[in-house]
Design a protein around this ligand. Structure first.
Ligand SMILES: [Zn+2]
Length: 242
């Protein structure tokens, strides 16, 4: 056993027992426990740890905890993990609203209301998707290399959290994915939609896109405008037309 002092900063406190929030506290750790194991046994999923220090020096989650260590763990800071890579996501079965908003912004987001945790773990291990969940036990699984605990309960607030953590504004391509199938929409000739959309819509709009999965036709009508406004309000940023 090694007894170390832990201190968790910012929103990480929410994962801790009440008396341990916002203060440094001592904890005995299993022999040869890594920092990852130690913080997870305290309730904090490894995916939520951003920068961490041991005795004031930068450290990683694989560091073995030694007697007398002072360990400080900080949450991810906005956009810290946002390289130039465009991220794709996997939303758990409870985050359908968030998945839909991410698709509206053009982010490839797998979602199935019947998905089982086993499938989430298999997909997470196979694809480099960020697993979005409010289930901290799921995030503790070692298959999950990239995960994000979503604190908020309302989809728009959840989107704001995810957008801030991954700097999503830089990569959004609104209205390029089917909201139902998560497939990329393809432009279709106006003649191809005749009879498929109301006549006044066909007259008024020049651009139409189609999902090859479900064959739905989309156009930049008032519903897109409403979605843009809602997304803009929830991100606190301007959402481009497309
Ligand atoms: Zn579709």
């Amino acid at each position: 056993m090694a007894t170390a002092t832990f201190r968790f900063h910012g929103e990480l406190a929410e994962f801790l027992a009440r008396g341990r929030r916002g203060v440094a506290f001592e904890q005995a750790c299993a022999r040869a426990a890594t920092v990852k194991h130690a913080i997870e046994s305290l309730g904090v999923p490894h995916t939520e740890a951003g920068r961490l220090t041991v005795n004031g020096q930068p450290a990683t989650l694989s560091r073995i905890v030694r007697e007398g260590d002072a360990i400080e763990v900080f949450p991810h800071v906005a956009a810290e993990s946002a390289a130039d890579e465009v991220l794709s996501f996997l939303a758990d079965a409870h985050l359908g609203g968030l998945a839909r908003l991410l698709r509206m912004l053009g982010f490839d987001t797998l979602y199935d209301s019947a998905i089982h945790d086993r499938e989430i773990l298999a997909l997470a291990a196979r694809e480099r998707r960020v697993v979005l969940t409010r289930d901290r036990e799921l995030l503790k699984c070692r298959e999950i290399m990239r995960g994000c605990f979503v604190h908020a309960t309302k989809p728009e607030a959840q989107l704001r959290e995810v957008a801030a953590r991954y700097a999503l504004e830089r990569h959004m391509q609104p209205f390029t994915l089917c909201l139902h199938c998560n497939l990329r929409l393809e432009a279709v000739e106006k003649t191809a939609v005749t009879g498929r959309v109301p006549e006044r819509i066909a007259e008024r709009y020049a651009e139409f896109v189609r999902c090859r999965g479900c064959d739905r036709i989309y156009w930049p009508g008032s519903h897109w405008e409403r979605m843009r406004e809602m997304l803009g309000a929830s991100l606190g940023a301007r959402v481009p037309v497309r």
